[in-house]
Design a protein around this ligand. Structure first.
Ligand SMILES: [Zn+2]
Length: 273
């Protein structure tokens, strides 16, 4: 069995004992999530090569910007045929990959044509999610399925302490996909060589969210009189470090509550965990 996550962050005031038992709970959940799921495909040697490559590319990207990364072995990643996710999570909309913050499980579908290019892009997207800033909450007043533990932050997704009310999911998906596309483009030749790719077309998901994000970056750059790339690099870094000072800039350009309004309006159409 491969290693589970070692580093955890919790919000609020918790005793050492509470933190130790929460850590143990999350590590057990992660070990359990490495076991096979319903309808899971046996990973081919090529799948394993793709998983290891995607993990390495995400690790390299983070090393360049000095962000720690905990590697994901192939055991953390489950492969399904197209449509397989919907059988497990019926209310999932248009999604062919998921990442669970609690169990660190990644599930990725192979599309009907078994495109290697698309598959590795999805892997990179989900691995970027799992590398983003993650914090958990331990809440004595709210017991849920996971006892007192709930995800509190993952990238730009923030929950209240009881794990309800998820905000900024659309912004989070846009930032995730923008980073994933950057990693893919930067390593296109390497990916092509290792996978012997003919079909390395880049399919960008979350198009409307990325358009919105690009527009937002333009407005924020204007506000600060800085190049757009500087604004983007700050947003990108904050996704991994959790420094959310620039959310105030977002509020300024969108108006009070603008981002939340955007998140709520678009929910439903494009939810991807
Ligand atoms: Zn996603």
């Amino acid at each position: 069995m491969s290693e589970t996550r070692q580093n955890f962050e919790f919000v609020g005031k918790n005793t050492g004992e509470e933190i130790d038992s929460a850590k143990k709970y999350l590590q057990d959940l992660e070990s359990f999530a490495m076991e096979k799921t319903n309808g899971e495909l046996e990973k081919t040697e090529q799948d394993i090569t793709m998983i290891r490559l995607a993990d390495q590319l995400v690790a390299n990207f983070l090393k360049e910007i000095n962000i720690p990364y905990e590697h994901m072995d192939p055991e953390h990643i489950h492969v399904l045929n197209e449509g397989g996710l919907k059988k497990i999570i019926p209310n999932l909309h248009n999604s062919s990959g998921t990442y669970s913050v609690m169990s660190r499980r990644i599930t990725v579908e192979k599309d009907a044509s078994h495109s290697k290019g698309l598959f590795i892009q999805k892997l990179i997207h989900e691995l970027v999610h799992q590398a983003s800033k993650t914090k958990f909450a331990i809440d004595d007043d709210n017991e849920n399925d996971n006892g007192k533990i709930s995800p509190y932050r993952n990238g730009y997704v923030a929950s209240n302490k009881s794990g309800e009310g998820v905000y900024f999911r659309n912004l989070n998906e846009a930032v995730t996909e923008k980073i994933a596309v950057q990693i893919y483009i930067r390593n296109k030749d390497r990916i092509k060589n290792v996978l012997n790719l003919q079909d390395n077309q880049i399919g960008v998901t979350y198009m409307s969210q990325i358009d919105f994000l690009d527009d937002l970056i333009g407005k924020m750059a204007e506000l600060r009189h800085e190049p757009r790339i500087d604004t983007w690099k700050r947003m990108e870094r904050a996704y991994f470090t959790g420094e959310m000072m620039h959310l105030r800039d977002i509020e300024k350009v969108l108006g009070k509550g603008g981002l939340r309004k955007y998140a709520e309006e678009n929910l439903g159409a494009d939810i991807t965990p």
